[in-house]
Design a protein around this ligand. Sequence first.
Ligand code: DON
Length: 311
Amino acid sequence: MSEAKHEAYGLEKVVQHAHARTRGDLTGALATYIPELARVDPERFGIALVSVGGEVVGVGDVEVPFTIQSISKALAYCLALEAAGRDRVLAHVGVEPSGDAFNAIVFDPHTNRPYNPMVNAGAITVSGLLAQALGAEAFDVLLDRFSAAAGRKLGFDEAVYRSEAETGHRNRGIAHLLKNAGALEADVDATLDLYFRQCSILVTASDLARMGATLASIGENPLTGATVFAVEAVRGTLSVMFTCGMYDFAGNWAFDVGVPAKSGVGGGILGVVNRQLGIGTYSPRLDTKGNSVRGIAAFRELAEELGLHIF
Ligand code: DON
């Protein structure tokens, strides 16, 4: 982040400006493929930042809860690297960007494994690794770890979980194909149950910013001082977030915004400015790739104004 801009305007002014400049973009649409997701208020828009030094800024709807959805993939991967071990995780899920949609039914033809842990096929495989490594406690362990990253006890949206568990036939199909390919060893139903539950964890933009700050400070929550993730796991996670976190928009994002990030169809985006900031945005209208329209716009503004691009 450019010191000059930060000093001259203050972080809060920059965030207010980014919010004001992007809030008028009402394009995009709510995710409706999980029926319960279509019930959220499309107007909500919040931007939150937390620095590794403990500075906290929030503008707009930063305390409105929404389901974490695919952002859970990044944190679950981080936990799996620790719980199952790097070698075992890499043997089951690759780290190559796929260039495909998040729910694509395609595996790496050379390995018969999912391309990366940020698309559904890879994330379901990661849930399977966690289910095996942690057993019946898997969801509680995951929720505790997500909560430690956010610095507060997180809840879970039972209605969204049920809605996805009842309608997620594509993910069920993917899980069975993974099992058939040998990428998934765990029980299919236990794996999907964990995957649907982790997607239904409730967060706010402020939570995402605090989780981002925990990753930015290499696994230590800067506001609570708790050590949440191991250093190597954070490095692996940020790497795949940088190359694969925004699905088939990941290249564009790396070029324009230039920070590791992960989006979810609930409307959130979590961004990490390594060793500096966690950023969380919430705006539920999505583009055709499943990324939040105003979230992307806000990140572009912040990256420009604060000089966040890593290169
Ligand atoms: O697997 C699914 O369909 C969802 N529970 C999560 C997908 C998601 O958030 C994709 N994101 N942009």
